[in-house]
Design a protein around this ligand. Structure first.
Ligand code: CAA
Length: 397
């Protein structure tokens, strides 16, 4: 079992899911699958090893219209369904979680504009985001406000005539150093609680807006995670999304729609690791037969498959509800994120186990997948926050 197996299996991805809502979706997924096999999978190990943002993959996605799938056609997007979007993220994540995050964060970053932006702001910002000319990021988290996004927010925006003066820092901002446009949440009225936060679109190059510390991370190493610093940063009032004080609700509505994207990334990581482990178990021989024929390994694979398929059904249901505009998307997005994140962690851990010592080696992709899986239990709300959201949806506060 050597390098040949590694390369062959690395560029193999499972067939796109059987659940297709339209011919258009099937076409998009076929294109994505080809791109993943030919261009993304062969780059995955290198992207992880160098820890550099893969501009070539970003260009590839932009050329193939994958960076604006759910953006309405009138603003330059594909006008695709949410379900199609999550399937695309899943398909890419089977081979490379960092690359999948380019698509998922483009969605996360543009959602505040779609949800809270005026017609003028949508026309101003969305076409360049949809085409991939502009990358976009979402800046909510701060040093002392991760889970407690509202209560501990300290970044301030003070109105001065036609502008706001922003001061503070955001941390853990995915793609923050490569983004041209960043949606930032800041306190405009410290006395007003949830109605004291407003949302702003910051553009690269605005004086007083800079990139600080760059995190060194366990996984998703091709996706820069950075600190953003606002030092008397002047933001035109025309860049405020929604009314003053509407920012926290916009931030929460965004997460309702973006959590399925992270769930899709998690599911893709799990599916990729499961497939790799299964192929390995068919070929690796121990005690005179392929290890998959030993019950200890065969039953592990059976459990991994069950978990992947269960997570997929939950995610697709959540995405369908997003498409339908159901009133319970908060609940379903949290269910999907919770299940898919946990499945990513357990399945990748088991995939490493199936490969034994080889699974622990950087020469094989499953150790990268296991490292990449961990973040899906942390970002866009930890698994504990998902449980809190689910419990509140079930029984109130
Ligand atoms: N939709 C609309 N409004 C909502 C809402 C939703 N889903 N959730 C809450 N709100 C509203 C509430 O109705 C409330 O409004 P009123 O004050 O008018 O009644 C207001 O927002 C405050 O809500 P809560 O009282 O529930 O707020 P809370 O302080 O108890 O916190 C929380 C709620 C769910 C824990 C929230 O803070 C949370 O989601 N925390 C996790 C943050 C998170 O996920 N961060 C991820 C950062 S992005 C990221 O990770 C991306 C990446 O890198 C890829």
């Amino acid at each position: 079992m050597g390098a040949a197996f590694v390369e062959e299996a690395c560029i193999m991805t499972t067939a796109p899911s059987q659940i297709t809502s339209s011919d258009e979706e099937a076409m998009i997924l076929a294109v994505v699958r080809e791109l993943v096999v030919e261009k993304v999978a062969p780059r995955a190990a290198e992207i992880d090893a160098t820890g550099e943002f893969p501009w070539d993959i970003k260009e590839l996605f932009a050329e193939n219209d994958l960076l604006g799938i759910p953006i309405p056609a009138e603003y330059g997007g594909l006008g695709g369904t949410f379900l199609t979007y999550v399937k695309v993220v899943e398909e890419i994540a089977k081979a490379c979680a960092s690359s999948a995050l380019i698509v998922a964060v483009q969605e996360l970053g543009m959602l505040p504009i779609v949800i809270g932006g005026s017609e003028e702001q949508k026309r101003r910002f969305l076409p360049k985001i949809a085409s991939g000319e502009h990358l976009v990021a979402y800046a909510l988290t701060e040093v002392s406000s991760g889970s407690d996004a509202l209560g501990s927010m300290r970044t301030r925006a003070e109105k001065r005539g036609d502008t706001y003066l922003l001061n503070g820092q955001k941390i853990w901002i995915t793609n923050g150093s490569v983004a041209d446009v960043v949606c930032v949440f800041a306190v405009t009225d410290p006395q007003a609680g949830s109605r004291g936060v407003s949302a702003f679109v910051l553009e690269k190059g605005m004086p007083g807006f800079s990139v600080g510390n760059v995190e060194k991370k366990m996984g998703i190493r091709g996706s820069p995670t950075v600190e953003l610093v606002f030092n008397d940063c002047e933001v035109p009032a025309a860049n405020r999304l929604g009314e003053e004080g509407e920012g926290f609700k916009i931030a929460m509505k965004v997460l309702d729609k973006s959590r399925p994207g992270i769930a899709a990334q998690a599911l893709g990581i799990a599916a990729g690791a499961f497939e790799y482990a299964t192929n390995y178990a068919k070929e690796r021989v121990a005690f005179g037969k392929p290890i998959g024929h030993h019950q200890g390994v065969g039953f592990m694979l059976a459990d991994m498959k069950t978990e992947v398929e269960a997570a997929r059904l939950l995610l697709y249901e959540a995405a369908r509800r997003c498409d339908q505009g159901s009133s319970d998307v908060t609940l379903w997005s949290a269910l999907a994120k919770l299940k898919c994140g946990d499945v990513a962690m357990s399945v990748t851990t088991d995939a490493v186990q199936v490969l034994g010592g080889f699974g622990y080696s950087a020469d094989y992709p499953v150790e990268r997948m296991m490292r990449d899986a961990k973040i899906t239990q942390i970002y866009e709300g930890t698994q504990q926050i998902q449980r809190l959201v689910i419990a509140r949806a079930l029984v109130g506060r």
